[in-house]
Design a protein around this ligand. Structure first.
Ligand code: ZN
Length: 312
């Protein structure tokens, strides 16, 4: 019988962070400017540790190296996914990520970054920055170099329960007030296009203008293609939100006992609302765990909302 791998998150203080990871999720956060909870991560910048059971104290990156059978004997060179909860008290910088090919060449063999967002909470009339309004690369470059941000940046209205896929090359920014569950490739490569001229310790954060101009997709995908409403999906079933080259993501809401077979190389689950049990083990909002390969039957009981992911 393979164990459920419960993980302890790693927290990141950010210029734009807040304290809702404590207020809404009950985490012990390091400060009132905590922006990110790295909930399932084997990245060197925040490697989660197993909380209980036979692998207590082991880092996810170590388990990936020494117990690959837990992950379906995948031949990938690192744990492929990273799941975060983001508390944006303030606007995040406007940014873009490279794809694998660009990152391999320019970022020391790192992976590129495809990511997706499930909006856990947001203000009324919220909007995200997704895409841009430049018609050609030349126009994009002019708008960036001349700082014509309001012309360049495209804002799209969103609401709680929306799901957004952010492919490499997509200009994007999370806006103040949002709480988001992010599922992404295991990479930390971000090119900052614009940071609202904010200062940290008296200095602006570094921008990556040349790299951004290199990697931004022109023209941007349409606004309609970018946002998928996922607040009211059928209950007690795995609702697939996305399948792409790097991950699959599902949303599951339970209000009665729900059983399924864990048939993926591994399955990450994050409880984002409610409380209940998994195969009799209590779980609640804010907990994240991995069901290993060959885990078999899973029985969830309770009233919960979960976001799950795997590589296929
Ligand atoms: Zn991003």
């Amino acid at each position: 019988m393979k164990p459920i791998l419960f993980l302890d998150p790693v927290f990141k203080q950010m210029i734009w962070g807040g304290n809702r990871l404590r207020g809404q999720f009950g985490y012990e956060i390091p400060g009132e400017d905590t922006g990110e909870c790295w909930a399932v991560s084997a990245h060197p910048n925040g490697d989660c540790v197993v909380r209980e059971g036979m692998y207590t104290g082991e880092k996810l990156s170590e388990l990936w190296k020494s117990h690959r059978e837990l992950f379906g004997n995948s031949d990938l060179d690192r744990f492929p996914l990273l799941v975060k909860i983001i508390d944006a008290k303030d606007d995040l910088s406007i940014q873009v990520h490279p794809d694998d090919a660009y990152a391999r060449e320019h970022e020391n063999g790192s992976l590129g970054k495809t990511e997706c967002w499930y909006i856990l909470d947001c203000p009324e009339d919220a909007a995200l920055v997704i895409g841009h309004n430049a018609a050609s690369r030349q126009e994009l470059e002019e708008m960036i170099r001349q700082g014509r941000w309001s012309e360049l940046i495209r804002q799209i209205p969103v609401k709680k329960g929306d799901f957004i896929q952010i492919d490499p090359g997509t200009v994007h920014a999370i806006k103040g007030g949002m709480m988001i569950l992010e599922t992404q490739q295991n990479s930390d490569i971000t090119y900052r296009v614009y940071d609202y001229d904010r200062l940290t310790g008296g200095k602006p954060r570094q921008l990556h203008v040349e790299q951004s101009i290199d990697v931004i997709t022109v023209p941007a995908a349409s606004a309609a293609e970018s946002v998928k409403p996922a607040a009211d999906l059928p209950k007690n079933t795995m609702n697939e939100l996305i399948t792409c080259d790097y991950y699959r993501v599902w949303k599951l809401e339970t209000d009665q006992p729900f059983s399924f077979e864990q048939s993926h190389p591994f399955l990450i689950m994050s409880v984002t609302e409610g409380a209940g049990t998994i195969n009799g083990h209590p779980i609640k909002k804010g907990e994240h765990f991995i069901l290993p390969d060959g885990f078999g039957s899973v029985k969830l009981e309770g009233k919960m909302q979960l976001i799950a992911s795997s590589i296929r």
